[in-house]
Write a protein that binds this ligand. Structure first.
Ligand code: SF4
Ligand code: SF4
Length: 294
């Protein structure tokens, strides 16, 4: 019996903390619409205070400390054709995390990834009732990433930041808590994604469409932190393959068969479900070592 600490619990804590931050930051800020300079001057209202914590998962700041999604940095670079050094500095930590741990942003921090993991459960209940219809979709993430970056470069306009669902969710939460409004386009796109994932293909957005997830996949393809499978412990039950939300086959790692490291987001679901504890994380320079190490 696998007695290891469940990675999913730790991940949930991270995901819930990010969601709480995305809701808490705009809640703490005062609504600029309600600011009344005349009342403030007359002393009937305190001066407006803005939270020192601002932004979302696309670009985030606590006071003077800034973090930026690596794909956001590339997009700004291409659409403005200018290298802004402070932006580069703000992307170094997320970039380092992606290079070392792979696209863990998707499974540990992304608020859309979190919501879509929850909708997977709804989809599985509806599937048992025969109310879903699964559509097989190819992986368009790299094509969308290339197309959107190219459009941004040609039209000098940041396209991905307009259509990136985690960024949309962050923006909509800010609108909602500061202006008590939602935008039809942003909220509509999020609702359409949720509807599709519940009734049709679970994790379709993350698997096939997310351009920023595609960018992180490319950055994390040579990650140093990865899952390994002990051939001595593996009993070949394939439960890990069934648990993988991206249709990957971690059981193949015991036989040096192909494994799409770019897609794996180190979510740990395969590790959690393995009945013999054969799967663990390891630090390794070479993906082929993962099956040999114990
Ligand atoms: S769940 Fe564990 S024992 Fe079963 S195939 Fe996967 S690695 Fe092997
Ligand atoms: S192989 Fe395992 S760690 Fe990687 S995405 Fe699939 S379930 Fe998550």
């Amino acid at each position: 019996m696998n007695q290891k600490l469940k990675i999913r619990l730790v991940r949930r804590l991270c995901q819930i903390s990010v969601m709480a931050l995305l809701i808490g930051a705009p809640l703490y800020s005062q609504n600029p619409n309600n600011w009344s300079p005349s009342l403030t001057i007359q002393g009937h209202m305190p001066p407006p205070t803005m939270s020192r914590v601002t932004g979302d998962t696309w670009s985030f700041a606590i006071g003077d400390f800034h973090l930026m999604h690596p794909v956001a940095f590339v997009e700004v670079l291409l659409s403005t054709k200018e290298f802004y050094f402070p932006l580069f500095i703000s992307t170094l930590i997320p970039l380092g995390i992606s290079l070392f741990f792979g696209r863990v942003f998707c499974s540990w921090l992304c608020p859309i990834g979190f919501l879509l993991e929850l909708t997977m459960k709804v989809n599985s209940i509806l599937r048992k009732m025969g109310l879903t219809y699964e559509v097989r979709i190819r992986d368009f993430r790299y094509a969308m990433l290339t197309l959107f970056l190219l459009c941004g470069f040609i039209f000098s306009f940041p396209v991905i930041s307009v259509f990136d669902p985690p960024h949309i969710l962050g923006r909509e939460l800010i609108y909602f808590f500061t202006h008590q409004r939602l935008s039809l386009s942003g909220a509509g796109l999020l609702a359409a994604i949720l509807f599709f994932e519940i009734f049709f293909t679970p994790r379709a957005w993350c698997r096939s469409f997310c351009p920023s997830g595609g960018g992180l996949s490319l950055l994390g393809i040579r990650r140093l932190w990865r899952i390994k499978v002990s051939p001595q412990r593996c009993i070949g039950c394939k439960r890990c393959d069934e648990a993988c939300p991206y249709g990957l086959t971690p059981s193949n790692l015991t036989a040096h068969k192909g494994f799409d490291w770019a897609k794996c987001d180190n979510c740990g679901l395969c590790r959690d479900i393995c009945p013999t504890g054969a799967i663990s994380y390891s630090y390794t320079l070479n993906s082929h070592q993962t099956a040999q190490m114990r």
